[in-house]
Design a protein around this ligand. Sequence first.
Ligand SMILES: [Zn+2]
Length: 301
Amino acid sequence: MVCFACAVCKTGFGLCRFTELRDGDVKSCWCLEDKEKRDYQARQVNKISARDLRKIYDDRTSIGITATLSKWGITKSTLDHACKDKYSRLTRKQINIQNEIYLLANVRGVKAAMAKFELNHAETMTICGIARKRKAAEKAEAIAAWVAMPESRKSAIKTIIKEGRSMIRDVVEQATGGLEAQPWDWYEEGRYWGELTIAEYSTCGEYSYFGWAVDVVRALPEEFAASIFGSSVIQFIEVIKQTESGRAGRRRRYKNKISSIDTPLVKRKRSPAAKMSGKYFFPPMGSQDIVAGISIYALAA
Ligand SMILES: [Zn+2]
């Protein structure tokens, strides 16, 4: 026997009799033969329409391999190749859709998920398997990250969640509580109904009591944010939207007004009393770290 470096793939090594090499019976380390086989199977699979491929995939699990082969007149290799192809297509489905399918199958049954997403049984089960595996991996990763996290950070995350819950609930009440409700800092600046004040949320300036909460809630999926910070989050999101559209509208109207008169724009100075005070909770870390920490906490704890 001789060992030779493969001239085809340049990385593999082959083992054969010297005469086989000399006579050209062996050309590669098998990479060439494997590639030809793969190409051949790929061509066979390409001949199958997407519709038939779905049926074949379903048949393999419902009626078994042998029956599927004779029903469709294909070889075992083609079937394997076709199923691998189908599997990788299902893997590429959007992750949030995979999760929806998994959730629906768990809550209302596989048939409900099949009907809603127009999938056959095998497709549904495969997607559920992929989603379950991914969730398990995410959970394991989160647990490891939570265990490795310093105690000070863990307790900071828990405090942020606790304080965030009550802050968000309170500010929604303040923003939408009606005219008789006393807005926070009402003596510093007035509040438009259903909106946050500049002191509570502003993208510029040196203080923004709820700026961090706005960033965090926005970075998380709505339902997840609500499960962490309570159902007030849904209204909080509405308040943020209204704040931004309200401000944009007023800015537009103001610009139109000042463009028609010939007066220079005087920038108003903020009262120093309205500066960030110690009476509101302020998190000891940035929004990105909070989002990461909360995600780990929610999965691991
Ligand atoms: Zn090779």
